[in-house]
Each structure stands twice: as structure tokens, then as C-alpha cells.
Design a protein around this ligand. Structure first.
Ligand SMILES: Cc1cc2nc3c(=O)[nH]c(=O)nc-3n(C[C@H](O)[C@H](O)[C@H](O)COP(=O)(O)OP(=O)(O)OC[C@H]3O[C@@H](n4cnc5c(N)ncnc54)[C@H](O)[C@@H]3O)c2cc1C
Length: 323
């Protein structure tokens, strides 16, 4: 890692290099071990040099850490974060950098009375993570207003048009391009009723703060919801019609039927009021989170012949798959 240390030394304002950095400090779940190396790149122009210096070393790009479970043994590689956070608007198109806090992106557009993302208020994390997972809430999704995404593809910079981003429910084609670093997005939003936008945003934020208290150590929903079209007979026969919304069934419904609410493993619990919300009460470990996840998946499989898929992403595990 000498080459990386040398680049960091030459560019102290643009690069922050950390050794054995505890990832619990950088993830909302607040658990898991350390990254062997962590490098914050504040200026995208240095990415080719930085990534070139990592040649052959295992690398992962992270954002705000709100959708991650980090292994207790940590990550034996280099965690890269692109931290550019500018948000701007020119000629009717917004341009925001991937290190921008998502709520700042929402607030920027709310202030301008632009509609399209006000229902996505309160989603934690940064823009880069939201693009990667095609974040969404209350019927709005990032794929609906992104025009293009600028990336560093390991060799050079390129602009990926929305149609080529592979966006679908809680996923994107970027998940198959693990060596890409997402840098910024162009977004187009329509003018709306400023007062209404502000009210909607404030109401949703209040609801969310009750459901996910800001200090709660968690990753939001652990499992993805299920497309009705993908359900087998055994599951479909049991789901009451009122539970289906916009072609999906919340995984929380299935989890509740198998007794998920309030289940515990050491310092990790399922919320008593939300069957798909697992949180760290304090000293929980990744092993405990995974044991609870496996138990819940096993129960839903046995009861409904249904395989739940995690929405949350794993870091530092050899034997667990991020979808
Ligand atoms: C309380 C709570 C509520 C939540 N509610 C919602 C919700 O309503 N809707 C929703 O969609 N999600 C929700 N989430 C999940 C999470 O907030 C989103 O997935 C968020 O967009 C993740 O962003 P992040 O910056 O924290 O990404 P991280 O957790 O840091 O990373 C997530 C994934 O994105 C990749 N990634 C991140 N940045 C980059 C980049 N620049 N380049 C390449 N890859 C990158 C990482 O490799 C990782 O696989 C919630 C989470 C919490 C804790």
C-alpha cells in the first residue's frame, strides 16, 4: 500500500487514507470489524491514480454506510469512498455528486419547489448508494428522475444514460460492475406546488422518524418486498388481497406470520412493531444479525415455500451474497 500512502501524502487535501479503520464508525448498524485500508477521495480527478495504485488488491466502494452489514472480522482490502458532495442546477438540470447526503439532495429540490423526490425524504445515506440500489419510498424511485450517471469504470470516466443503468426494483446494473465508482448524477425534476412539496416532505419525515428513530442502529428494511407475479401458489393462496400494493407484497407480512416481531439474538432484535426491521440494541454482532436473518429466511421458506432476498448489502463475508 506504499503507492497509495505516497499519493495521499502528495495530495493531503484531496485524499484521506486510514489504516485499520473500524467500519462500525461508518455504518448505521454500528457493528462489524475494521477495513484494512480506507481511502476517502475528495477529488474525482485523482481516482485513476488511486485505483491504479490498488492494482490487484480487493476493493469495495461505499457511501454513507446505511445499507450495510459488515462482518465481525472486518474487510481485508481497501474501502474507497468518493466524497464529492456538490449539488447544483443549471438550465433545468440538477447535478449532484455521489458523496452528497441524500437528504441534502432532497432539501435542495424542496427549497426550489421541484417535485419528484419529496416522498423520498428521510432515506439515510448518500446519493451514490441511492443510485446503486435504486432507492425509493412511498411510490417515488430514483430511476424516475435520473437522466444519467457519471462513473469511473476502472479505466476512465463515462456517462451512463438512464436506460443503460439497469434500474429495477431496489437494484441497478451497477451491482454487476463492482469496480465502478459512481461519481454524480444528472437529474430532471418538474416544477410543482412549493408549499405542497414542503408539507408532503415534512409529513413523511415525521412518520419515518417514528418508524426509524434517527439514533436506531439498523439498515432499514432487511429484506426486499416481493413481486406478486413471482409468488408461488403456497404463498399466493395465503396473502389477503388488501396486503398487495402496486404489484408487491411487503416481506414484512410473511415475516410477521412466522413470528418475526420481537425475535432476538444476543444484542440484535427485530422491532416489535415492524417485522422487517432488525436493529442493534448496542453490543450486537454481525454473527448475530446473520443468524437472525437465516432463521427468518428458513421460517418463511418452510411456511410459504418462498425465498426472501436481502435488500441489505454484505461487506467482508466470503459466504453471503449481496443481491
Ligand atoms: C433507517 C433506514 C431507513 C431506510 N429506508 C429506506 C427506504 O425507504 N428506501 C430505500 O430505498 N432504502 C432505505 N434504506 C436503505 C439505505 O438508506 C439506502 O439503500 C441508501 O440509498 C444507501 O446509501 P448509502 O450511501 O448509505 O450506501 P452504502 O450503505 O454505503 O452502500 C450501499 C451499496 O451501494 C454501493 N455504493 C455506495 N456508494 C457507491 C458509489 N459511489 N459507487 C459505487 N457503489 C457505491 C456499496 O458498495 C454498497 O453495495 C434505509 C436505511 C435505513 C438505515
Amino acid at each position: 500500500m506504499l503507492a497509495l500512502a505516497e499519493i495521499a501524502q502528495r495530495n493531503p487535501k484531496e485524499i484521506t487514507l486510514m489504516e485499520n479503520e473500524p467500519l462500525s464508525r461508518h455504518t448505521r448498524f454500528g457493528l462489524g470489524g475494521a477495513a484494512r485500508w480506507m481511502v476517502d477521495v475528495h477529488d474525482a480527478a485523482l481516482l485513476p491514480e488511486v485505483m491504479g495504485a490498488l492494482d490487484g488488491t480487493e476493493t469495495i466502494t461505499l457511501g454513507g454506510g446505511s445499507n450495510l452489514i459488515v462482518a465481525d472480522g472486518g474487510y481485508d482490502g481497501v474501502v474507497v469512498r468518493y466524497t464529492g458532495r456538490k449539488i447544483d442546477r443549471n438550465d433545468g438540470v440538477s447535478l449532484a455528486e455521489a458523496g452528497a447526503v441524500w437528504q441534502d439532495v432532497v432539501d435542495f429540490h424542496t427549497e426550489l419547489g421541484l417535485s419528484g423526490m419529496e416522498r423520498m425524504t428521510g432515506i439515510p445515506g448518500w446519493l451514490g448508494g441511492a443510485l446503486y440500489g435504486n432507492a425509493g419510498a412511498y411510490g417515488q424511485t430514483i430511476m424516475d428522475f435520473v437522466e444519467s450517471v457519471r462513473v469511473f469504470d476502472g479505466v476512465g470516466f463515462r456517462e451512463v444514460a438512464n436506460a443503460d443503468c439497469g434500474f429495477a426494483y431496489r437494484t441497478s446494473g451497477f451491482k454487476a460492475r463492482k469496480n465502478w465508482v459512481l461519481l454524480s448524477a444528472k437529474m430532471r425534476l418538474a416544477a410543482g406546488d412549493a408549499l405542497e412539496i414542503r408539507q408532503t416532505s415534512a409529513e413523511i419525515l415525521a412518520t419515518r422518524n417514528e418508524k426509524f428513530p434517527p439514533t436506531m442502529k439498523c439498515a432499514g428494511s432487511i429484506f426486499k418486498n416481493l413481486h406478486v407475479a413471482n409468488l408461488g401458489e403456497k404463498a399466493l393462496n395465503r396473502v389477503p388481497p388488501g396486503v398487495m400494493r402496486m404489484g408487491k407484497v411487503p416481506s414484512a407480512w410473511f415475516l410477521e406470520q412466522v413470528g418475526s416481531k420481537g425475535m432476538k439474538r444476543g444484542g440484535i432484535e427485530v422491532a416489535s412493531y415492524h417485522a422487517n426491521l432488525i436493529y442493534n440494541t448496542g453490543g450486537g454482532t454481525a454473527v448475530e444479525v446473520c443468524a437472525l436473518i437465516d432463521d427468518l429466511k428458513g421460517r418463511v421458506l418452510a411456511e410459504f415455500d418462498l425465498r426472501l432476498e436481502e435488500e441489505v448489502q454484505y461487506v467482508g463475508f466470503k459466504d453471503r451474497i449481496s443481491h
